[in-house]
Design a binder for this molecule. Sequence first.
Ligand code: PMP
Length: 406
Amino acid sequence: MTGNSLDRHMPLYAQRTAGMRASAVRSLFAVANRPEVVSLAGGMPYLASLPLEQLSAEVGRLVAEDGLVALQYGSGQGIAELREQICQVMALEGISAHPDDVTVTVGSQMALDLVTRVFCDPGDVILAEAPSYVGALTTFTAYQADVVHIAMDDHGLIPEAVAAAIVAVRESGRRIKFLYTIPNFHNPAGVTMSDERRVEIARICRDAGVPILEDNPYGLLGFDDKVHRAIRADDAENVIYLGSFSKTFAPGLRVGWVLAPHAVREKIVLANEGSTLNPPVFNQMVVSRYLSNFDWQSQVKAYRHTYAERRDAMIGALRTHMPEGTTWTYPEGGFYVWVTLPEGFDAAAMLPRAVTARVAYVPGTAFYSDGFGSRQMRLSFCYPTPERIVEGVRRLAGVLENELEV
Ligand code: PMP
């Protein structure tokens, strides 16, 4: 039994827990994970091309050669060698950074938590794309910050809408703490911010004194092999950058990072120490050895190839099967397609029927803090094979057809 009425600790909980709600779709996802269901819902990377045997040998050597360091407590900022390597990874996106400004975190999710903790009091405003990453919204809500969504189109956030939102929020007497953006291969929208807009939005935010939180876990997963210049590359003072090895290597290691201006970095390290003492040394050393001793860039290329094939399968199936009036984005990288259904459909209400028809997706409302997105859904193409993707979209189209008949 989990009913709230039986929770005798309820009166003791902090106010911030009021915003912590289990997602309405969580119970359905238990069903969605059954093998007969094609899940277009999760964002799990497809790891089968990892060189497991060599990795196993490398991990064995790590324990044999460096075990007493790897298994010991470490620094709250993360190990120096990995922070240097992270700077080399970020250089691929035009970023020039000092390892001392990097803090290693337990995935970039932890970095989102730390930055929010350092910046936000209850009632503060965070600007974010409409829609935005559900895990970030969950964190922002946990710190009782209010999210104000800003319109985006196929080229990412709209600069005029950013400028207008800054004015409107300030006129309403509220404080903006930062603009949260996912410029590359957006989760969930699947779009990428144009280079011109990056420059324009960086200028607007700098002039207005609004820091940018640039979240970039998918940046190296562009299907045309193009790597976009990070917003942080041209503004070291006003941009806090989040990176991750979850999509370029393996999410199970939970190694991500935050690059922040020096003074902010000091606060972030203190917050990190308060949460974890230090990020796991063992996992950091596995990532560090992987970067040094493996052809990690070829592995990323293999991932790109796999995901590009799956994107093509999904887009092809959408074109073939979706009813008239349905639209979707065309991702040039990453994991996700954002689908808008014709007028009258409700993607959240439809989900149980979709799961009965053995296909799952995430309803659009999960990606807004304000109830929008009912006609939208996120479809991910990262995990199922191309054949399963096609079958999943076919099943989804069948569900939509049935809805029309009801
Ligand atoms: N940001 C975005 C936009 C994501 O999609 C994800 C993972 N789905 C994360 C952050 C968190 O990634 P991790 O904690 O695994 O680094």
